[in-house]
Design a protein around this ligand. Sequence first.
Ligand SMILES: [Zn+2]
Ligand SMILES: [Zn+2]
Length: 126
Amino acid sequence: MTQTQKSQILSLRAEGMQYKQIAEQTGLTLASVKMFFSRQKQKHCTQCGKLLTGKVRRNQRFCSKACKTKWWNTHTDMLKNSNRPVFTCAVCGKAFQAYKIAKYCSRTCYLKAIRTAHPESGIQTQ
Ligand SMILES: [Zn+2]
Ligand SMILES: [Zn+2]
């Protein structure tokens, strides 16, 4: 199997093709396509589930920086939070920790602030 065939297989797979279709496209046998994937340590993006293609680093878990940021934003409780600065919410006055300078403790407070400043925007808070 040539390097070209290998990258062809990977890109076809990334497009969502079945092993059988990949075999037809590349002119390889189904068995060798299957073998190729069983040898590959396939990894999927932890955030969006997309197959990681190209050069995958040993501890790579995300397909993109955007996915990584998204994941960490939704798993903040898994991080050690003792060193984070504490802010006071401009809406409810609650103290909260954040990674970057923040004015509101939650999305609800953020929306409340926007609604107060721009009542015409029609944004509803839950
Ligand atoms: Zn992703
Ligand atoms: Zn708040």
